[in-house]
Design a protein around this ligand. Structure first.
Ligand SMILES: Cc1cc2nc3c(=O)[nH]c(=O)nc-3n(C[C@H](O)[C@H](O)[C@H](O)COP(=O)(O)O)c2cc1C
Length: 151
């Protein structure tokens, strides 16, 4: 069975809720989804036996430098791993009121690409709490499942 690891960093729980919604969709498709808080894992997770890594990161740009506090160490450490052969996709919450809406999604995706990962799906950005975007979030998770089925 294909395995997916979902790693999220989330300050107020919005990206975390999306991670949970995605895991439910993937499980519904018969795929094994493991969800981890980024505070409980490091980049060594990429050497575990998963077919797809979904990275959830919210954007906090006004007073910090964009990736949510929890995700900073992971993001920094991503610069020193080889991700060739790894399938990665990135999602996260932001606030459409900010000029750099969900910029952390682009930053993490770009770093994954630079380190050799295959970007299985273009990043998913959603506004604030996930319930208003639940169709888009579920559809993105379905596309992740489609990707694995075609592999
Ligand atoms: C101080 C502060 C700075 C923020 N900066 C940004 C930003 O630069 N871009 C953006 O899209 N959202 C920004 N946000 C909005 C958060 O990303 C948004 O509230 C998101 O839903 C938080 O998700 P989380 O609960 O998963 O951390 C900011 C929020 C706060 C309170």
């Amino acid at each position: 069975m294909s395995g997916i690891l979902v790693i999220y960093g989330s300050e107020t729980g919005n990206t975390k809720s999306a991670a949970t919604m995605m895991a439910a969709v993937l499980e519904g498709r018969g795929l094994a989804a493991t969800v981890r808080d980024v505070r409980d894992t490091g980049v060594d997770a990429f050497s575990e036996d998963f077919d797809l890594f979904l990275l959830g990161v919210s954007t906090w740009g006004a007073v910090r430098d964009e990736v949510t506090e929890d995700f900073k160490t992971f993001y920094k450490d991503m610069a020193s791993v080889d991700l060739s052969g790894k399938n990665v996709a990135v999602f996260g919450s932001g606030d459409e009121g900010y000029e750099n809406f969900c910029k952390a999604v682009d930053s993490v995706q770009e770093r994954a690409r630079e380190k050799g990962a295959f970007i299985a799906l273009e990043g998913l950005k959603f506004n604030l709490a996930p319930h208003a975007s639940s169709d888009a979030i579920r559809s993105w998770a379905e596309q992740a499942a489609d990707f694995l089925e075609k592999k």
